[in-house]
Design a protein around this ligand. Structure first.
Ligand SMILES: [Ca+2]
Length: 556
């Protein structure tokens, strides 16, 4: 047996099917016989033992609002026909969320199936402990050939991969360095050899090369990780004139009156006006903005914000268009080589990105546009074309789901759960109805205060506790354009609470925390929040400083 004794397989399938599969449960309940019940599951055995290939394509900061199949204020301006192909042939998940909306922590959670406080990656600066278990190691043991190509950003040498070829840190858009397995490894931004060309094309070329040269007798697990469309949004020259003479629509929340916000969030974050300054000034190293300086002379404040938004969106969408082209190349390769039917194809992004919503760019906040990961999955044997799911999925669920496809039960140390059955259209009654979020990197880079909270299907409760708790590392000082740190920014900020009713206010334009009508729901959500923290082992008792803040502000 490749990975499990027959008896164990049958027991495993029987248990999971009884637990999750309404259709099969009804069948077996009517027959009332264990033997017949098992018989009805036997055809599934071959499917489970087949171990499909897994192609995981992840971009960086690609907001669902910028993917046409999700629909948004950008509909009509944005077209991602190749990424949409995955949704057309498979499923679109509308509520896939990250547990900490920045690159390094989200990637660590995807790999380990754990929150940052369990895998040790709280911030962009934390080195990933390569000796801990991860999904690639489990898949290797289960007989998979594994590879990661593209953005890594976990600083230490990848482990669990038969092959890797990864960018140091963020990587470069043009002529990037790449660090390949079998050669001397150097941590963090050191090391690597130059590949000539545009990074998105290169990552796809190397992914296709690896697919061509892989061992044919093993299923594969390939993580194809794009750098784009991460700032500073350097698009390929071929897309330079995309969106010429087009006015990109502004999101309705770009001009919102933020007076509804708590003091915890009100004055923080990076707005589009700040981006205008960065785009129009010469940086500290004497460099102009890489896609050209934003000209603002003669413009008033509103016009400057509008001009910066247009430039931001056009640069960003030109990068995203290159992602879409390259997703198409990978999908075409699978089609041409007959691999499509036996490959689970996933498209996602490490987290979302504000595209002017709430007058923000970047991510980090627990607000929807930053929290939400696009998630599209195609696997014709199990997923009906054009499916849509609204269940709450989080990034710690990815690893258990991949392992489920490989026939492996979720390891005890993983905190997420497999959502494989949701892809087939069945949701267990036990499936989570809420998710816990935590952002640790207090006021580093884009001035976002540390916070945590809970999002249910309807409500979102956020506690901005405003403390760095020693989680800001010594090299967290570099911003995107290499500006130095202002350590004063890492001082505590004033705490505050916010509550959003996502049913009546999906764009989070009205914080109703102080509305007396919501007193009851706030009490319930605080109990749920503490329960989630307890269950996930992220209790505040570990941080006396935070407990002090809680004592003062919990009931305010
Ligand atoms: Ca990212």
């Amino acid at each position: 047996m490749a990975y499990r004794k027959t008896k164990e397989i049958v027991k495993y399938i029987y248990n999971r099917s009884v637990r999750y599969t309404r259709r099969n449960f009804l069948k077996t309940a009517g027959l009332g016989s264990m033997a017949l019940a098992l018989q009805s599951f036997i055809p599934r055995l071959s499917t489970y033992r087949k171990q499909p290939n897994i192609l995981f394509i992840m971009s960086d900061d690609h907001a669902a609002n910028a993917i046409s199949c999700y629909g948004s204020h950008l509909a009509g301006s944005v077209s991602t026909p190749n990424i949409d192909r995955i949704a057309e042939k498979g499923i679109r998940l509308n509520r896939a969320f990250c547990t900490n909306s920045i690159c390094t922590p989200s990637r660590a959670s995807i790999l380990t199936g754990k929150y940052g406080h369990h895998n040790g990656v709280f911030t962009l600066d934390d080195n990933f402990d390569r000796n801990q278990p991860n999904v690639a190691k489990h898949l290797q043991k289960a007989g998979y050939e594994t590879a990661i190509i593209g953005k890594w950003h976990l600083h230490t040498e990848p482990s669990g991969f038969d092959y890797y070829n990864v960018l140091p840190n963020q990587g470069l858009y043009f002529d990037p360095y790449l660090k390949e397995s079998g050669k001397e490894w150097k941590d963090r931004k050191e090391g690597g050899e130059v590949s000539k060309g545009y990074v998105t094309d290169i990552i796809t070329d190397k992914s296709i090369d690896w697919l061509k040269n892989r061992r044919s007798d093993k299923p594969f697990f390939l993580m194809c990780h794009h750098k784009a469309p991460h700032g500073l949004w350097e698009y390929p020259p071929r897309n330079e004139h995309l969106f010429d003479n087009v006015d990109i629509p502004e999101p309705p929340s770009m001009w919102e009156d933020k007076t509804h916000r708590s003091i915890g969030s009100l004055k923080h974050g990076s707005n589009i006006r700040k981006l205008a300054d960065r785009m129009s000034n010469i940086g500290k190293r004497g460099k102009v903005w890489p896609t050209g300086k934003l000209e603002t002379s003669g413009l008033d404040e509103t016009e400057i914000t509008k001009a910066a938004y247009q430039k931001y969106m056009k640069d960003y969408l030109r990068c995203a268009a290159a992602i879409d082209e390259n997703v198409g190349r990978l999908l075409d390769y699978l089609d041409q080589t007959g691999l499509t039917d036996n490959t689970v194809i996933i498209y996602t992004s490490d987290q979302g990105q504000f595209l002017g919503e709430h007058d923000y760019y970047d991510k980090r906040w627990f607000y929807e546009e930053s929290l939400r990961m696009p998630l599209l999955i195609q696997y014709p044997s199990e997923i009906k074309p054009g499916s849509v799911a609204n269940d709450i999925i989080i990034n710690t669920d990815f690893a258990p789901t991949f392992l489920d496809f490989a026939g492996i039960s979720t390891p005890q140390d993983m905190q997420g759960s497999s959502f494989r059955k949701i892809l087939e259209g069945y949701t267990s009654r036990k499936w989570r109805k809420s998710m816990y979020y935590r952002y640790w990197m207090h006021m580093a880079h884009h001035n976002v205060p540390a916070h945590y909270g809970i999002r249910t299907e309807r409500y979102k409760l956020i506690f901005f506790y405003g403390l760095s708790l020693g989680k800001v590392g010594k090299t967290t000082s570099k911003t995107l354009d290499n500006e130095g740190p202002d350590l004063d920014l890492f001082k505590p900020t004033e705490p505050g609470w916010e509550l959003y009713d996502l049913k009546n206010d999906p764009q989070e334009l009205r914080n109703v925390y102080d509305d007396p009508d919501h007193k009851g729901i706030i009490e319930k959500l605080k109990v749920q929040l503490l329960h989630a923290k307890e269950e996930l082992d992220d209790t505040d008792e570990k941080y006396p400083e935070l407990m002090q803040v809680r004592q003062l502000y919990w009931d305010t």
